[in-house]
Design a protein around this ligand. Structure first.
Ligand code: PHE
Length: 462
């Protein structure tokens, strides 16, 4: 895995590669980082097992009051021995000459056999070139010395004497790299962003996957040059069925297939001309007694094709590319593939280019944009189109063909009574079906079950 370093760490590693053992101070000087940054960087590297920190204490010595005096005048025993250079001296004279240091000087000199003393006279026994402590006293006097550079035995002589030596204990840190850290190569960009790093999961508000699919479909039709039209969810049977040449005894109009608004009949369902022409078309072609009261029954729209046909009847375009999209309702038993409410997308092309070949071309293009490529067209039946086709798409996961959009060219029995003179390509189908393919669902109810686990797991960018 990519290892990521903070800029501070990178600088410290680089400096330690050049100078393997350093103090925080030397690191600060070489990296130009502040003491605080160095301290933090060392901590981070230590936690990652990349740096070793050796903490040590060293004593630094300087001269105290008596040490300074001894350095200037000589150690008491040196002064005593010096005054015996030219022969024996009287004890009392020396006592006067040396003052308070006479006692320690004579004691030490006798103990070490440097002098010989009778009851009142004292004489040199062995000439001593360098007395214990003399070397170190000089050394410390010149500069404060750390214990590393000092003769410990020689020093111990001085340390025993009062106010000769001042000892300062200095704590220090030495930083070096571990073996693995020495192998690290730091590239300039490696420290930027670790895209594999674990981050806390945050469940933010997000749009529903079905809503995303609806938006995506809308977007596709808009980019294909279609404009959106909107219609009511409640419609008269006239627009939902009759205008679409669906006979009044058609099974789709039965109570078990369609939701009727209980006892509600609309007063005016279309213009007098529209009603007359539509009823004529039914009577002439289906040969039955067409009833205006059946057409006035209000329904929850069973498809969006009612929006399409109403738009065509009202606008009679010579050329048009429109789509509509929204909820439709069917009084069906809910199952893994059926809901009583679902969404449809519906589109039409009016104009001279309205050929079956174009219709299939538009479907292919739409499916391609939604990510579905394996499709075929199958003949089918709708009361309002001729020929009528159905798209079948291959579900790779289930290994079978599933039905998607229905389509066709509106029959003259539909268009003529409403004054539509140009050929109309029309298609429509369920959006949930597409979303199921997209999200790999086998049960359409999942879209409405509010299963947070699933909703959170759905990938947003595909
Ligand atoms: N209305 C049809 C359905 O609900 C789809 C369709 C629309 C078919 C337009 C042909 C033309 O399945």
């Amino acid at each position: 895995m990519l290892q990521v370093f903070h800029d501070i760490e990178k600088k410290i590693i680089a400096s330690l590669k050049e100078n393997p053992t350093q103090t925080p101070e030397t690191l600060g000087a070489s990296t130009k980082l502040s003491a605080d940054q160095i301290r933090r960087g060392i901590e981070w590297l230590k936690l990652k097992d990349l740096a070793i920190v050796n903490e040590s204490k060293t004593s630094v010595f300087s001269l105290g009051k008596n040490g300074i005096e001894s350095f200037k005048k000589g150690l008491p025993e040196r002064r005593l021995l010096d005054s015996l250079k030219n022969g024996p001296r009287k004890m009392s004279d020396l006592q006067q000459e040396l003052g308070p240091v006479f006692g320690p000087a004579i004691g030490l000199s006798r103990k070490n056999n440097w002098v010989e003393a009778s009851s009142d006279e004292i004489s040199l026994k062995n000439p001593i070139l360098e007395l214990p402590g003399e070397k170190t006293l000089k050394q410390i006097a010149i500069d404060n010395v750390s214990e590393k550079h000092i003769d410990k035995n020689d020093l111990s002589v001085l340390l025993k004497r009062p106010n000769f030596i001042v000892e300062d204990v200095i704590k220090s840190k030495e930083i070096s790299l571990t073996d693995s850290a020495r192998l690290i190569t730091i590239s300039e960009s490696s420290g930027a962003i670790d895209v594999e790093a674990k981050v806390p999961e945050i469940f933010v508000a997000r749009t529903h996957p079905l809503k995303d699919t609806i938006d995506e479909i809308r977007e596709i039709f808009v980019t294909l040059g279609f404009s959106e039209i909107i219609g009511n969810m409640t419609q008269s049977s006239f627009w939902n069925f009759d205008a679409l040449f669906t006979p009044q005894d058609h099974p789709a109009r039965e109570l078990q297939d369609t939701f009727y608004l209980d006892g509600i009949l609309t007063k005016k369902t279309g213009t007098a001309e529209q009603i007359r022409n539509v009823s004529e078309s039914h009577k002439k072609n289906w040969r039955y007694h067409w009833d205006i009261n059946e057409a006035r029954k209000m329904v929850l729209r069973t498809h969006t094709t009612c929006v399409t046909i109403k738009h065509l009847a009202e606008n009679k375009p010579d050329e048009s590319r429109v789509f509509s999209l929204g909820r439709v309702f069917r009084n069906e038993k809910v199952s893994y593939k059926h809901l009583v409410e679902f969404n449809q997308i519906e589109g039409i092309v009016v104009g001279k280019d309205a050929t079956l070949r174009n219709l299939m071309g538009i479907q292919r293009e739409f499916y391609k944009r939604i990510g579905i490529t394996k499709i075929k067209f199958w003949p089918t039946f709708f009361p309002y189109t001729e020929p009528s086709l159905q798209t079948m798409v291959y579900n790779e996961r289930l290994g079978k063909w599933v039905e998607l959009f229905g389509m066709g060219i509106f029959r003259p029995e539909v268009t003529k009574p409403l004054g539509i003179t140009k050929p109309v390509l029309a298609w429509g189908g369920g959006i949930e079906r597409i979303a199921m393919l997209k999200y790999g669902l086998d049960d359409v109810r999942e879209f409405y079950s509010n299963n947070l686990n699933w909703l959170r797991s759905v990938t947003k960018c595909q």
